[in-house]
Design a binder for this molecule. Sequence first.
Ligand code: SAM
Length: 223
Amino acid sequence: MANSPSVHPDPALSQTDHTRRAYDRHARLYDAMEWPVEQLVYRRWRRSLWQDVEGPDVLEVGVGTGKNVPYYPAEVCVTGVDLSEGMLAQARRSLQRHPAAAAVLHLMDAEHLTFPDDAFDEAVATFVFCSVPDPVAGLREALRVTKPGGRLRLLEHQRADVESLGRVMDRLDGPLHRLTGVHVARRTVENVRDAGWRLDHVERLAPFGVFRRIDAHNPLTAN
Ligand SMILES: C[S@@+](CC[C@H](N)C(=O)[O-])C[C@H]1O[C@@H](n2cnc3c(N)ncnc32)[C@H](O)[C@@H]1O
């Protein structure tokens, strides 16, 4: 099943270690590999998402190589976390190239954030919950550290909502995960809801719903 832990190549490795190693391995080439899709669509979607971010304190989960850094609004302070030291090293370079961006980076597992409850006004992640080994646990942690009423803004690829294509993606999910650390058949909209977020808006960005922008909020109200 798309959301169940899949088999990974070395049974001695946890899912988390497998994901970390996959991204450490690809970190230097990651931006080059993503360049075509970045130019075609991602950069437009990133710009549009970050235009809506108000913060001021924003958690970016899975900051990766720092591809969102150029789009951080001037008035927000971003705390970025990632599992992979290799990816974070690239993100630090991106921050050097964009000195106006205010961000601090931490090596941290999204499923076990060390921040206190209600630490952030908003949480953002782009193309991350396809990789987090237990996405609902990661989304629940993001909810815990986001203030009551605080926003979640995601860009994600996920399982197609056309059943025939969805089933093909289910079959590809295991092999592609072993190779890249990515799950292609996650049901991320459902995962966001299952983690306790209240969905505000889901926008289909590509045919069959394989790319989506997901906006949600923390349904708790401040005391
Ligand atoms: C596909 S990349 C996307 C990176 C970046 N957000 C972007 O838009 O280019 C997924 C990122 O999520 C990170 N990641 C995966 N599982 C994670 C976890 N449990 N905790 C923190 N980061 C994680 C990976 O290390 C990787 O940098």
